[in-house]
Ligand binder design. Structure first.
Ligand code: ADP
Ligand code: MG
Length: 348
């Protein structure tokens, strides 16, 4: 079977895990990253260091690979579109154009008759005063946010006075959902109605950063079925190729909402490395490189704990039991709130 050389844009932990999965499948990888210390270069066959708008570096990268994917969604759409004219980019750039903009993303989801929280575009402070019924809410930048960056919880109009916000950047105001639980669904789509879907994963966030994930999620049957159907519908509508994650809210009245879509492998799916025969990373490689689609099978229940900031120091010299799997992302610098590693525990 022909195995293409895979280019991956982004060289952080997701890039590393994709690269490791590719190696297992004997797929060669080239990482392109703007960070000279990108951890993924240690596992890849080749590394191109350059800014994401450096035309010469982009050309060099393209010349080394057959197909291109990415580990994060904030690469400029124009860049992906240009690359796609020369070598295929999967998932296709138009997916990114929708998802990297929180307003376009939520419009897309609502057009499928799938529930999201209520929201509106905010371009001036005064606009918030006319949509007071969306408070308490969360004001988020429309583009470029992750791990809660660029988000401001707003209880009431008075809160706005103490915030120093440049509204010209473009914001979305979302009504706060009274959360009971959060879950996510990871799905890998290969082709029309051809996909592998993992069971829902239950997630706990602290300070808007994912802290832990577990399977099985403690949810009722209706929510289990509904979340899977919605994830399939979203992947089909996007004509998606590769691994995608849909994040959901469940409110105190057991209503299900889509929070957001990640057009890539996802932190909540790290437990699939140990808990399934085929991980979200391996499936992504299989789909974008057009390798065989094999049925996924759960090996064990599991939980995953993210290791954030200097917590990593304690984990580095710990001894682990047979059912514990520690992953160090080998990032050069420890930063507060930075994801440094994770620990997956299989539970039998
Ligand atoms: P990011 O792109 O940073 O992951 P999210 O929109 O997923 O941004 O927000 C991160 C977390 O913040 C969510 O997982 C949830 O815990 C909380 N959150 C965000 N928006 C809302 C909302 N409208 N209602 C309730 N909680 C929210
Ligand atoms: Mg999120």
């Amino acid at each position: 079977m022909f195995k293409p050389t895979l280019g991956i844009i982004g060289g952080g932990q997701l890039g590393s895990m994709l690269t490791v999965a590719a190696k297992k499948l004997e797929v060669k990888t080239v990482i392109f990253c703007d960070d000279v210390d990108a951890p993924a270069q240690q596992f890849a066959n080749d590394f191109v260091h350059g800014e994401y708008n450096d035309q010469n570096k982009i050309k060099e990268f393209i010349s080394k690979v057959d197909v291109i994917t990415y580990e994060f969604e904030n690469i400029p759409y124009e860049t992906l579109k240009e690359i796609n004219k020369i070598k295929p980019v999967l998932p296709k750039p138009s997916v990114n154009r929708i998802i990297q903009n929180r307003l376009a993303e939520k419009d897309f989801i609502n057009n499928l008759n799938i529930r999201t929280t209520r929201y509106t575009s905010i371009e001036k402070k005064s606009e918030i005063e006319s949509v007071e019924d969306l408070l308490p809410g969360i004001l988020k930048t429309v583009t470029l946010g992750y791990d809660g960056k660029g988000q401001h919880p707003i209880q009431n109009l008075q809160d706005l006075n103490s915030l120093n916000i440049d509204y010209s950047k473009g914001y979305i105001l979302e009504k706060l959902v009274k959360l009971k639980k959060e879950i996510s669904i990871i799905i890998t789509r290969f082709d029309v109605r051809k996909y592998e879907i993992y069971e829902p994963i239950e997630n706990v966030h602290e300070d808007q950063i994912l802290r832990s994930s577990k399977i099985p999620a403690e949810i009722n049957r209706k929510i289990l079925e509904q979340s899977k159907l919605w994830a399939i519908e979203i992947a089909e509508e996007l004509k998606y190729v590769g691994t995608l994650c849909v994040e959901f809210f469940i409110d105190r009245n057991e209503n299900l909402y889509v929070n957001e879509i990640a057009p890539r492998v996802h932190n909540s799916g790290h437990l699939t490395i140990n808990a399934y025969n085929i991980s979200q990373f391996e499936n992504h490689i299989r789909a974008v490189c057009k390798l065989d689609q094999l049925p996924i099978k759960k090996i064990s229940d599991a939980q995953m704990l993210n290791i954030i900031g200097n917590q990593i120091i304690n984990y580095r010299d710990k001894k682990y039991a047979e059912n514990e799997f520690f992953f160090d992302y080998l990032k050069k610098e420890i930063k507060e709130k930075r994801k440094m590693g994770h620990l997956t525990t299989l539970i039998s």
